[in-house]
Design a protein around this ligand. Sequence first.
Ligand code: PLP
Length: 395
Amino acid sequence: MNTGRMRELGEKRSVIRELFEYGNKRKAEIGVENVFDFSIGNPSIPAPKELSEEICRLLSEENPLSVHGYTSAPGDLSARKAVAENLNERFGTNFGAENLYLTCGAAASLTISLSAVVEEGEEVIIFAPYFPEYTVFIETAGGKPVSVPCKWPDFQMDFEKLSEVLNEKTAAVIINSPNNPSGAVFSEDSIKKLSSILSEAEEKFGRKIYLISDEPYRELVYGKTEVPFVTKYYNDTIICYSWSKSLSLPGERIGYILVSPENPDWKAIYSGICGAGRALGFVCAPSLFQKIIPKCVNMTSDFSVYEKNRDLLYNSLAEMGFEAVKPEGAFYLFLKSPEPDAKAFSEKAKKYEILIVPSDDFGTEGFARISYCVPTEQIERSLQSFKKLAEEYSL
Ligand code: PLP
């Protein structure tokens, strides 16, 4: 392990965290209600009531040695079975407990999966804008991130550019739909096209290219938007899921990896996942939440607030003259910066106590991310300030 790199990662906070900490300081100085903090993707809707009740029941009625005890390394069999059955019901798939590995959230799912399929020096393609931690996770697994820009104004994948960068060193492609930070959702046609390009590339380069689908926002879509289930289109798929957003449990660290059984080599890949989980110290996901999952696998938090926030924010900002794509999913709005330098835009927003994340760390220049997983009143109160910001740019 490169100790210098680890120190550097520890010392250099992410831009999101930096802004979040600044927001906390500012809130202490001028009052929470006067800071419009849109920096972080922490759900603002509580977990379903039934979930909280189940936690209380487990703690008061079940044997504490079992509730808090170790489970088997890939997770309790009954929890994995419940997840497999739920997916089969929803997507007409044919998964079993043996295809699933429970993890401490999507971040662990990604680091484990990358370690399982990427050899030192191999390349992993990511579509920009992307979740900034991807580059950290890929490099830690010994890989090299290769960024492919999505198309403006819809933030869909650019297949021409993808084809240009695929080569004999490509080990994996990560997709994230619904997307953080753009809010875009990849359509069924896009997933079909992606699958056919990757299958051709596997043939051409005589190797496996894994499609790692990072899906913490899978259920968080608006209107009639649907998120295609990727294993149906591409056999060499690994799904990285987490309940952080769908059940508003980001601090509890619970998610899974699914290795598609359509892949003829799935058993070897699954062994690699178990091995990587072991090597990275990610065995036995939090036991209490493994017990919660069978009860709550069918539920989500009440997303209606996010939809209301999206409409209010998007419509108001569009009226003021700002440019953005209307998000179809997740809880982020990717706003076009009125000047080329997104950092300068974000700094100007700070003058009006608006905290939005400049897009450079998402691998794209000239935008800012607004996390609208906040109380609706915060958005209402912030509109005056956004108006002043728009005026500063003469929009
Ligand atoms: N992937 C994406 C796209 C995310 O937005 C996040 C968290 O915000 C993660 C992964 C990490 O999720 P978790 O908190 O479940 O580890």
